[in-house]
Design a protein around this ligand. Structure first.
Ligand SMILES: [Zn+2]
Length: 281
């Protein structure tokens, strides 16, 4: 993963080495930083929240889409509900922004249409990027605690297999920054709920042995910690993506709340980091 801050960019971003090698795709993760009239500002607002100024948000979004050579009519965003619903984006999801909202109750998006920018949000929840350079298809999902325990990344891949004939062996995968295993402390009930779902095989639903959780769920100083990055890695690998095709983040949203929005670090957060994925036209 590396930080891309070029003079021509209004929105610097984090990029993934595994995706950067491929000219066919744009994969980026925005932070709090952007340039407003050429001056650095640390309050980039890509998500419309009840308290935000719609014009400011629209301007932040416009900077992002134009930077990557597309427009707001080709931006498709998920209104996430911490579930594992995947939506196949088609021409019906595109069009004038007026009257079109984010896709409700959707946490994952797939498409094979070049120039369509998929977008998910998170302020501790990682996003998962999948790119199939052979079938020229992409998938992006929000994989917070609930989505991760429901193996949303495997469901995203499955949708690409069904929709585009994707072979998991071809897929390149990246996981965005999110909260790290050291910082993500949870109560016993949450840990038990996570374990019960995560142990279910995403394909068959059968219960796998407890040891599958060995580097995912741990008890430190009397409290459980969940390592979402490890959990997502195992889900992707078990779904057939080669380990060497999976890039994990080297940054935690809570540890780096100077640069990234973090719910755990900041409490009531003012905005969120956004993950974008787009096939180049
Ligand atoms: Zn951390």
């Amino acid at each position: 993963m590396k930080w891309i801050d070029l003079p021509q960019n209004s929105v610097p971003y984090l990029a993934f080495d595994i995706m950067e090698k491929n000219v066919g795709v744009v994969a980026a993760f925005t932070t709090k930083r952007y340039y407003r009239d050429g001056k650095p500002d640390d309050f980039y607002q890509p998500l419309l929240r009840p308290e935000s100024d719609p014009e400011e948000v629209a301007s932040c979004v416009q900077l992002l889409v134009s930077q990557f050579g597309t427009d707001r009519e080709h931006l498709v965003s998920s209104a996430q509900k911490h579930m594992a619903n995947i939506h196949l984006v088609d021409a019906g999801d595109l069009g004038p922004i007026e009257g079109r909202t984010q896709l409700e109750a959707i946490d994952g998006l797939v498409t094979d249409i070049p120039g369509v920018m998929l977008r998910t949000f998170g302020a501790d929840c990682p996003s998962v990027y999948l790119y199939d350079p052979v079938r020229k298809a992409i998938g992006l999902c929000h994989s917070g605690r609930k989505g991760t325990q429901l193996h949303i990344a495997a469901k995203l891949l499955k949708t690409m297999q069904k929709s585009f004939g994707t072979d998991p062996g071809d897929v390149l995968a990246a996981v965005s920054p999110g909260i790290c295993g050291d910082c993500y402390e949870v109560g016993d009930e949450v840990a038990e709920d996570f374990a019960a779902d995560y142990r279910k095989d995403p394909l068959t639903g059968s219960l796998r042995c407890q040891s599958i959780l060995s580097d995912i769920l741990s008890k430190k100083t009397g409290r459980y910690h969940i390592d979402l990055f490890a959990a997502i890695f195992h889900t992707l690998r078990d779904a057939g993506i080669p380990e060497t095709n999976i890039e994990l983040p080297c940054m935690c949203t809570k540890c780096r709340c100077d640069l990234l929005y973090s719910f755990r670090a900041e409490g009531r957060i003012s905005n969120e980091n956004c993950a974008i994925l787009m096939l180049r036209s």
